[in-house]
Every structure is written in structure tokens, then in C-alpha cells.
Design a protein around this ligand. Structure first.
Ligand SMILES: C[S@@+](CC[C@H](N)C(=O)[O-])C[C@H]1O[C@@H](n2cnc3c(N)ncnc32)[C@H](O)[C@@H]1O
Length: 264
């Protein structure tokens, strides 16, 4: 499985960038600590080959893509649009139910990925609530943060929720260790299992940049300390991970299972 980190990529712009594209690309390269490579009239494969790297982050003021082997991977709202629309109609969302989210809650989403679950949490907790999404991959955090802030759609409820998610590039073990006891109402995990890869449209970016590490029992203990109410963990059928950590199952379907642990 190919995985990209900051060491494997260069940052560039589209051909004929405007001043804003260049400025943003330079800023982003500096922030993540990656070399900026002026695009000129070159193809991405020429640039990456010349720098002996395997992929490029192509930055414009409208979007950011990871480009490798002739493919472009970008931010996508995944299922968050359909889920927001369903919630608006009064239908139930399994994450919202499992986490018992209500207006004003604070949610620490430890596994941001494309941010779809974080957006649903942000919609559920509303303007009075708070959602922070942690992502260990600096590249993914950057692309998703930019995507959540700049994505355009006629559905304002989706955009409002997207804009309220604070994406932070930090490992959850480190973050949880630093956080105060009972400082968030709910802490969530959606670890990346092998089976996640083919689950949904847009997961490729997560597949290419994300980490498939699972939260250790110590991390779960820390999460229970930080959560004032509960820790919610998403698993895949047949819930083996939930069984391993002893999390009672609160929702299951053919594919996705949720477990919930009380705060400690
Ligand atoms: C399956 S994805 C989550 C998908 C997400 N729920 C969504 O709606 O798009 C898991 C994400 O957790 C991230 N991750 C894995 N280990 C992490 C860690 N120790 N700290 C922070 N993020 C981590 C991965 O890089 C990956 O992006």
C-alpha cells in the first residue's frame, strides 16, 4: 500500500498561477516544511521525477490536490451532504444517536480523515457547540482544513457545519495526554481499518495519507478521562475492535458498528 508523508512530496501550483495561488502555495509549503517548486510549464510527473519524489501537492486559491501517478485526489464532503440533508428532514444519524449529541455539546473527533463525521457532529451540536478534529497526517490535515473552509455548495447548513470544524494536525495520544479531565463532552474515534478503504467515495485521500494505527487501551483510558460524558468508537462488522477494548455496542448494521464507553 502506498503512503505519502511530507518527505515524499513537493508543493507547486497549477500552470499559469495567479499571485494568490503562488502566495498560498508558498505559505503552505513553509508551514508544513516542504520544498516549493515553481510549476513553470512543466507537468507534475516531470517535476516529481526531477526532484526524485513520488507526488505533488498542487495548490491554488480554490483547491488543493495531491497528484500522483497521473491521478488527482482532493477534499470531498463524502457522505456529509446526504447526512446533513437527512438530519434536516428529521431523520436519525447513527453517529449522532450513538454519541447522544445535542445542541451546545463539545466534541473532540480524534480521527478527522476527510472530516465527514466531524461535520455531522458540528451540525448536531450547532453554533453553540464546539468540534475539534485531530489528524496525525500534516498533509491530510492541511488539505481537509482548506477544503472545509473553502468548499462551496448551495446547502448552507452543510457549509455552516463545515466552517465550524477546527482541524488540528496532532496525534490523538499526544493531544489527549495534554487535555484537562472532563474538558470535552464527547470524544470520538473512527480508526482506519483495512476494510474502510473501499467504503466510500473520496476515501482515497485518507488511504494515501492517513495512518491506520488503532487507539491503544492507554489512549482509550485517556479519552475516558478527557470526556465528561462518553467515548464513542466506530468499528466495522463484526465489531472485533469494540470487543477488544470492551466497549458496549450501542448501534450496529451490516457494515458499521458503534461502541460507547462512559467517561471515567
Ligand atoms: C477512517 S479515517 C476517519 C474518517 C472520518 N471519520 C471521516 O468522516 O472522514 C481515520 C483517520 O484517523 C487518522 N489517525 C490515525 N491515527 C491517528 C492518530 N494517532 N492521531 C490522529 N489521527 C489519527 C488517520 O490518519 C485517518 O485520517
Amino acid at each position: 500500500m502506498i503512503k505519502f508523508t511530507e518527505n515524499d512530496v513537493l508543493v507547486t501550483t497549477p500552470v499559469s498561477p495567479d499571485a494568490e495561488d503562488k502566495e498560498l502555495a508558498l505559505q503552505l509549503a513553509g508551514k508544513i516544511g516542504i520544498s516549493f517548486c515553481p510549476r513553470g510549464k512543466n507537468t507534475i510527473s516531470y517535476l516529481t521525477h526531477r526532484c526524485n519524489l513520488s507526488a505533488a501537492i498542487v495548490v491554488s486559491s480554490k483547491q488543493i490536490h495531491l497528484v500522483c501517478q497521473g491521478h488527482r485526489y482532493g477534499f470531498h464532503p463524502n457522505m456529509s451532504l446526504q447526512r446533513v440533508l437527512a438530519l434536516k428532514k428529521g431523520e436519525k444519524d447513527r453517529l449522532v444517536e450513538a454519541a447522544q449529541l445535542k445542541s451546545g455539546d463539545s466534541v473532540l473527533d480524534c480521527t478527522c480523515g476527510l472530516g465527514a463525521d466531524a461535520v455531522i457532529s458540528a451540525y448536531a451540536v450547532g453554533e453553540r457547540g464546539r468540534v475539534r478534529a485531530l489528524e496525525s497526517s500534516a498533509l491530510l490535515a492541511t488539505i481537509v482544513r482548506f477544503g472545509l473552509l473553502s468548499y462551496e455548495h448551495k446547502e448552507s447548513a452543510l457549509l455552516d457545519a463545515m466552517r465550524r470544524v477546527a482541524v488540528v494536525n496532532q496525534d490523538y495520544a499526544e493531544a489527549l495526554h495534554e487535555l484537562d479531565t472532563n474538558s470535552w463532552d464527547v470524544v470520538c474515534f473512527d480508526p482506519m481499518f483495512e476494510k474502510s478503504f473501499s467504503d466510500t467515495k473520496g476515501i482515497d485521500l485518507v488511504h494515501l495519507l492517513g495512518s491506520s494505527s488503532l487507539p491503544s487501551p492507554e489512549v482509550i483510558d485517556q479519552a475516558r478521562r478527557v470526556a465528561s460524558r462518553s467515548v464513542v468508537i466506530k468499528d466495522r462488522y463484526p465489531g472485533n475492535f469494540l470487543k477488544t477494548i470492551g466497549a458496549p455496542i450501542v448501534s450496529n448494521s451490516k457494515r458499521i458498528w458503534y461502541g460507547r464507553l462512559k467517561s471515567s
